[in-house]
Design a protein around this ligand. Structure first.
Ligand code: NAD
Ligand code: AHE
Ligand code: ZN
Ligand code: ZN
Length: 369
């Protein structure tokens, strides 16, 4: 079949809207009509050429929601008409990782996914006879996409696509990092670095679990109102701090953060996030994704004296199990999504969504098909 897609033909260049050829689902695969997709900073990161796994030409996009159109042989967990969210972290429920209680990083298809291919080692997308790579196993910047069955969460059919697509990455990543990765206790003092599409969801996760102080740190003063809107109690703009930012945060939190979260992808900020964690027990969670060649550093003494450095992918969520529950939380009013979706655009204006993100003018832009 044919489908319209925004294709990343080259790193650093705008996406191009073209009509692609899409092969139907093979055994264990599912054809999905994507109804809406968010644009996450990770899409911009890969498009920039900084992602060591970045491949071109590719159909990017990993924050979608849509409807199952057709299933391949042997597919049993979804059927045509089901509403689904594509999962860049699948959940096969049988690999060594799925069976381990301490991780959500299903590895069943990770190797081919990282090569921009379906599990059989081929692509379903092509343009003028040449294959186009998949991205993160999801490729939601196409109106239709093919995914393995294990990479689909079945959700409430009443949930609006243009809102719950955000659960496909940002909401789950932020809220999940609080609940699943850090397991933040009520009354904790927390610091969140970067109040974008991820950081604000960390903040609403912290509000939900009953954190005490929720300190937001961002270079952009416009983010103060955004943070407070979702439960932030204190705002710090590093540009306005006299002296050392870490010392300021340690003093503000009365000795350091019980939990800190880096939601930017800046290795220098990752160090600040670790070092503002409380001596003896503070934990710092890295969420931000840093480019090829970037490394983190600190004095080992920071860890010797009881701080822990951790990371979180997709909020530690097991997608097929947890994503439908998070959609239900949204439907029941337990978490907010609507105000964070600041811009809604048609596919042919998708490049504007990247501009808005880089200019700090959007929280989340969503493309509706
Ligand atoms: P975003 O662009 O919406 O937000 C980034 C925020 O950081 C902005 O508000 C910006 O003003 C602020 N910022 C930039 N530099 C700063 C600095 N030095 N100090 C303080 N604030 C600063 O991005 P996003 O969509 O929220 O994504 C954030 C990061 O999380 C990206 O690196 C993205 O790739 C990553 N991410 C990781 C996962 C995961 O599973 N680990 C999932 C989604 C996104
Ligand atoms: N390809 C990059 C790593 C990118 C990365 O860390 N991705 C996160 C999700 S970001 C979503 O917005 C993730 O899930 N990581 C686990 C995994 O297996 O990729 C690189 O540096 O190579
Ligand atoms: Zn993302
Ligand atoms: Zn698995």
């Amino acid at each position: 079949m044919k489908t319209r897609a925004a294709v990343a033909f080259e790193a650093g260049k705008p996406l191009e809207i073209v009509e692609l050829d899409l092969e139907g689902p093979k055994a264990g695969e599912v054809l999905v009509e994507v109804k809406a997709t968010g644009i996450c900073h990770t899409d911009a990161f890969t498009l920039s050429g900084e992602d060591p796994e970045g491949l071109f030409p590719a159909v990017l996009g990993h924050e979608g929601a849509g409807i199952v159109l057709e299933v391949g042989e042997g597919v049993t967990s979804v059927k045509p008409g089901d509403h689904v969210i594509p999962l860049y972290t699948p959940e096969c429920r049988e690999c060594e990782y799925c069976l381990h209680p301490k991780t959500n990083l299903c590895q069943k298809i990770r190797t081919t996914q990282g090569k921009g291919l379906m599990p059989d080692g081929t692509s379903r997308f092509s343009y003028k006879g040449q294959p186009i790579f998949h991205y993160m196993g999801t490729s939601t910047f196409a109106n239709h996409t093919v995914l393995p069955e294990i990479a689909l969460a079945k959700i409430d059919t009443n949930a609006p696509f243009d809102k719950v697509c955000y659960v496909g990455c940002g909401v789950t990543t932020g809220v999940g990092a609080v609940i699943n990765t850090a397991k933040v206790e009520p009354g904790s003092n927390c610091v969140v670095f970067g109040l974008g599409g991820i950081g604000l969801n960390v903040i609403q996760g912290l509000r939900m679990v009953g954190a005490n102080m929720i300190v937001g740190v961002d270079l952009n003063d416009d983010k103060e109102d955004w943070g407070r809107r979702f439960g932030m109690t204190h705002f710090v703009n590093p540009k306005k701090v006299e002296g050392d930012l870490v010392a300021h945060l340690v003093e503000l939190t009365g000795g350091g953060a019980d939990y800190s979260f880096e939601c930017i992808g800046n290795v220098n900020v990752m160090r600040q996030a670790l070092e503002c964690a409380h001596k003896g027990w503070g934990e710092s969670i890295i969420i931000g994704v840093a480019g090829a060649g970037q490394e983190i550093s600190t004095r080992p003494f920071q860890l010797v004296t009881g701080r822990s450095w951790r990371g979180s992918a997709f909020g530690g969520a097991r997608g097929r199990t947890d994503v439908p529950k998070i959609v239900d939380w949204y439907m029941n009013g337990k978490i907010e999504i609507d105000p964070m979706i600041t811009h809604v655009l048609p596919l042919d204006r998708i490049n504007e969504a990247f501009d808005l993100m880089h200019e700090g003018k959007s929280i989340r832009s969503v493309v509706v098909y």
